[in-house]
Design a protein around this ligand. Structure first.
Ligand code: GDP
Ligand code: IMO
Ligand code: MG
Length: 423
């Protein structure tokens, strides 16, 4: 019996999609527990590339039931586009389940996110997918859930209530056009009929699966440093990507978790605004960005890149309780004479080795690096640890020792088979 969680250990895009696809071979359920269509998870297998935003990546496996659990926020327009693209690629979505408690990201949420991001002052660099406004309405208790969607009368009432509050903001604060409740009611009543057969009580579905001992894999979105509470606020997302968020988002009790996987790139990337102590704004950074094809899966934005920050990674290990690490994109680091890893920060003239989540303070932290020898060989064909160049193994050992968590998977290329399992 296993209940495993896959968590991003950095600022997102750590290749969680690839790791979920690998681990899903042993799962019966693959469950998205947080975030929404701000996520972009890529899986490359048998020469085909699949992109997931809301639908769990595990859906590619015929033995897997894919679940969108209650902690997720769901944009039904975006969902329809994603589902159509996947069906076009031959993916069977009949084993998809959607929770009654899932909150809907509505067109006014997306509009508000776009309008807010258009202001220069205080911009977060969001994906403009309406995530923040949806979770805000959830906390304000004016959100619309899938359960509301399924009953036309309830949907009409909820829509009226929320638009009475959101339309004046759209109009008066941002000077934009208000949304029409009737048009939204008709559109969303149609979506209700499309998803009705998939909707179920997710906490019950999963609790029963846990009791039957069926293996469950929970697919994290975003990353630890984007967590609303434990990330670099306000430059964060509005949900809880951390392992504890998997319990909140699914209803599975914390003592049921058996494995917590942290997925980390062999270097660091970040999209959007916010402090990034190891950022490289030079040709080394450009080289990593080009080799790693560091452009967003959801928005196409160029990702900021930097050296591996072990201070941040150890923080992620502690916050999440990682039992295993998957180190990804190691192949990107071939060809550098030396590699730097951040082992401490200098703050106000003092050396500190604990991560600082407070954004303005983190912005003042300067990285202190250890320098490790690089390797020149390409490694994308390696399938065992012993095939890796000795300096690549030294690099991995350094990470393992600093963070105190065993590395159990190493990814050396985008496709499923470009993986080294460490037993
Ligand atoms: P996620 O959001 O954590 O699922 O990650 P993304 O899919 O947004 O970004 C990871 C990118 O790296 C995708 O384009 C993957 O196909 C690619 N990728 C995954 N693993 C590797 C790897 O080991 N090496 C290289 N070069 N690319 C990888
Ligand atoms: P996956 O699951 C990387 C970032 C945005 C922005 C901040 C807030 O693919 O790893 P939001 O739209 O959530 O309000 O944006 O969070 N962000 C991500 N960065 N990967 C993601 O998802 C992200 N989802 C959100 O760039 O800085
Ligand atoms: Mg991504």
């Amino acid at each position: 019996m296993s209940v495993s969680v896959v968590v991003g250990a950095q600022w997102g895009d750590e290749a969680k999609g690839k790791i979920v696809d690998l681990l899903a071979q042993r799962a019966r359920y693959v469950v998205r527990y947080a975030g929404g269509s701000n996520a972009g998870h890529t899986v490359c297998t048998n020469g085909t590339t699949y992109k997931f935003h809301l639908i769990p990546a595990g859906v590619l496996h015929p033995h897997v039931t894919a679940v969108i659990a209650d902690g997720v926020v769901m944009d039904l327009r975006a969902f329809n586009i994603e589902a159509a693209a996947l069906r076009e690629q031959g993916v069977d979505l009949s084993r998809l389940r959607i929770g009654l408690g899932v909150h809907l990201t509505m067109p006014y949420h997306r509009l508000l996110d776009e309008l807010e991001e258009a202001q220069i002052e205080g911009r977060i660099g969001t994906t403009k997918r309406g995530i923040g406004p949806t979770y805000a309405d959830k906390a304000w208790r004016i959100g619309i859930r899938v359960a509301d969607l399924l009953e036309r009368e309830r949907l009409a009432q909820r829509l009226q209530r929320v638009l009475q509050r959101r339309n004046p903001t759209i109009q008066r604060v941002y000077g934009a056009k208000p949304l029409d409740a009737n048009a939204l009611l008709e559109e969303f009543a149609r979506y209700a009929e499309q998803i009705r057969p998939c909707v179920c009580d997710v906490p019950h579905l999963l609790m029963q699966a846990v009791e039957r001992g069926e293996p469950i894999l929970m697919e994290g979105a975003q990353g630890t440093l984007l967590d609303l509470d434990y990330g670099t606020y306000p430059y964060v997302t509005s949900s809880h990507p951390v392992a504890a968020g998997a319990c909140l988002g699914t209803g599975i009790a914390p003592n049921r978790l058996t494995e917590i996987w942290g997925v980390a790139k062999a270097y660091t990337t970040r999209v959007g605004e916010g402090p990034f102590p190891t950022e490289l704004e030079d040709e080394v950074g450009d080289r990593i960005r080009n080799r790693g094809r560091e452009y967003g899966t959801t928005t196409g934005r160029a990702r900021r890149v930097g050296w591996l920050d072990l201070v941040a990674l150890r923080y992620a290990a502690r916050i999440n309780g990682f039992t295993a690490l998957a180190v990804t994109l190691l192949d990107v680091l071939s060809g550098f004479p030396t590699l730097k890893v951040c082992v401490a920060y200098r703050l106000n003239g003092k050396e500190i080795s604990d991560f600082v989540a407070d954004a303005p303070t983190l912005a003042r932290c300067e990285p202190i690096y250890a320098e490790l020898p690089g390797w020149h060989e390409e490694i994308d064909h390696c399938r065992t640890l012993s095939e890796l160049p000795p300096n690549a193994r030294t690099y991995l050992n350094f990470i393992e020792e600093y963070v105190g968590v065993p590395i159990r998977l190493i990814s050396v290329g985008p496709s499923r088979e470009q993986t080294i399992e460490c037993l």
